[in-house]
Design a protein around this ligand. Structure first.
Ligand code: C2O
Ligand code: CU
Ligand code: CU
Length: 532
């Protein structure tokens, strides 16, 4: 439902918006304003000519003493953000990007629950940014162009290793973060979080996957090794000479745009790749790493996905799906069985567009992996456990011309005093009240949560009289999101209730919308877990 609205919106942007972009380019030339580049129509490229790349696994460069117990040595990694060139398609010139370890996505971090790791996140970027900074945005004004700070999304880590947006640092500097991993097996991801420019840094390529493993997962005998494959999906606009294009608004002094949608959908850094598979079960770890695009993935031949996990870990039992719906930053853990598709070529589509082709080999193979019917218990948190309910609005502000100028959480700016201060180890319900026309994927750092329900309400009454009148029944979460989450779609004109145990470290974290253009323009707030 939500993604449908976003889809419609995306359509209108990529149809009429594109034309607008072109006519703007013409008038821009006439007025000697900065020229708008033309973009390539990705659908004119030959699909399925490049093999799907698998991001390298990060290699530790030795051990270092743990900050918490200096007598123990823990694995130490160094991941440097560097300029790089990525060959995204056979028929395109290499694309200039920024990647950790020089790859996009960066190397995959492999971690085990119960272990600690140290990661030195180094900034080895040039002094100048190559994407259009909007200096009016909080955090960008008066600061160096190139700044990074890396966040481990979904990692339940101490505040001083969480990548607080204001803890950015410039080229030549680095920060070493300590990740004591005490959480269930799942797919996390790391990405830039620098205040006011993280939409541009992530667009440039500063992100990668991170896997947490544990004994529960080991015991399930899921497809593993070369049969477990990350699919990191992100959309871009590409110029005819193969370079990244990030559009600006028609106001040169206010270049921020409310959402970035690209027609080039890349998977693991390739445009329309193919993957050779055997006729057997595979496990795919799917991540939506896009700035703003929602995906609806399906197989052209109607093959099913068996979803086994959400953002924060395994579901109680597999859910069979024909479509995977992912908002920005969401992850899905799925098993796909190709054993009945010997010799076939199967296209994975996003809506109507083929984005990845599977080439299933013809010869029968043996498959000793399993898809168990029971995975991991996910005890439902009772509403009665919540000590507090917070009503929090998601707000969008437009100017007289109807353009979105900024977005806020609960009508507050980033620099307003901290208002959400849950007590450590307490449980709260956050009611996300969304009067806007869009789904906002809301993400909280440092915790995992469950979605309680969503309910239609009367936005005008709440806006004018603070009266919360519901217009429909409480809708439970979809089966595919009824597990542990760290990002939840707060749907348009609905109140989405999440229940959050703040079983984390005390200190300052953030919560925000994961549409990166929104996050960079005030739809992010600090929050504080209070000890005691
Ligand atoms: Cu994906 Cu604040 O994070
Ligand atoms: Cu996060
Ligand atoms: Cu948003």
């Amino acid at each position: 439902m939500s993604s449908r609205r976003s889809f419609l919106k995306q359509c209108s942007i990529s149809a009429s918006g594109f034309l607008l972009g072109r006519s703007r380019a013409l008038s821009a030339m006439a007025h000697a304003m900065p020229a708008q580049a033309n973009t390539l129509n990705a659908s004119t490229l030959t699909p399925f000519v490049d093999p799907l790349p698998i991001p390298p696994v990060a290699k530790s460069s030795g051990v270092k003493p743990s900050p918490s117990s200096p007598k123990t040595n823990v694995p130490y990694y160094r991941l440097a953000a560097q300029p790089t060139e990525v060959k995204i398609h056979r028929d395109l010139k290499p694309t200039r990007m920024w990647g950790f370890g020089g790859s996009v996505p960066g190397p995959t971090l492999e971690m085990r629950s119960g272990e600690e790791v140290l990661v030195e996140w180094a900034n080895e970027l040039p002094q100048q940014h190559f994407l259009p900074i909007d200096y009016r945005l909080h955090g960008a004004e008066g600061n160096p162009q190139v700044r990074i700070v890396t966040h481990l999304h979904g990692g339940l880590v101490p505040p001083d290793s969480d990548g607080y947006p204001e803890d950015w640092y410039v080229p030549g500097k680095s920060l070493t973060y300590h990740y004591p991993i005490h959480q269930d097996a799942t797919m996390l991801w790391y990405h830039d979080h620098a205040m006011g420019i993280n939409r541009l840094n992530i667009y440039a390529g500063l992100f990668g996957a991170a896997m947490v493993r544990d004994k529960v997962e080991d015991a399930l005998n899921l497809p593993s090794g070369k049969y477990e494959i990350p699919l990191v999906i992100f959309d871009r606009l590409i110029t005819p000479d193969g370079q990244l294009y990030y559009p600006i608004s028609d106001k040169p002094r206010a270049p921020w745009i409310p959402e970035l949608f690209g027609d080039a959908v890349l998977i693991n850094g390739k445009l329309f790749p193919y993957l050779e598979v055997e006729p057997r079960k595979y496990r795919f770890r799917v991540l939506n790493g896009s700035n703003a695009r929602f995906y609806t993935l399906s197989f052209q031949n109607g093959l099913s996905f068996h979803q086994i996990g959400t953002d924060q870990g395994l579901l109680p039992s597999p859910v069979s799906l024909k479509k995977l719906e992912l908002a920005p930053a969401e992850r899905m853990d799925v098993v796909v069985d190709f054993s009945d598709s010997r010799g076939e070529q199967i296209v994975l589509k996003n809506d109507a567009v083929g984005v990845l082709q599977f080439r299933v080999s013809a010869a029968k193979v043996s498959d000793s992996s399993s898809l168990p019917s029971q995975l991991r218990p996910v005890p439902k948190i009772a509403e009665s456990e919540a000590v507090k309910t917070r009503l929090l609005t998601l707000d969008e502000y437009r100017n007289l011309a109807g353009d979105v100028v900024e977005l806020l959480l609960n009508a507050s700016y980033w620099h307003d005093p901290v208002s959400e201060k849950p007590a450590q180890n307490s449980t709260e319900i956050w009611s996300l009240i969304n009067p806007t026309d869009d789904t906002h994927p809301i993400h909280l750092h440092a915790v995992r949560f469950q979605i309680l329900d969503r309910q239609k309400y009367a936005p005008w009454l709440y806006q004018s009289k603070k009266e919360l009148r519901f217009l429909g029944p409480r809708v439970p979460p979809e089966p595919f999101e009824a597990g542990w989450k760290d990002t939840a779609g707060a749907h348009s004109k609905m109140v989405t209730r999440i229940i959050v145990p703040f079983n984390s470290y005390p200190g300052r974290y953030v919560w925000h919308c994961h549409i990166l253009e929104h996050e960079d323009n005030e739809m992010m707030r600090p929050y504080e877990i209070v000890a005691g």
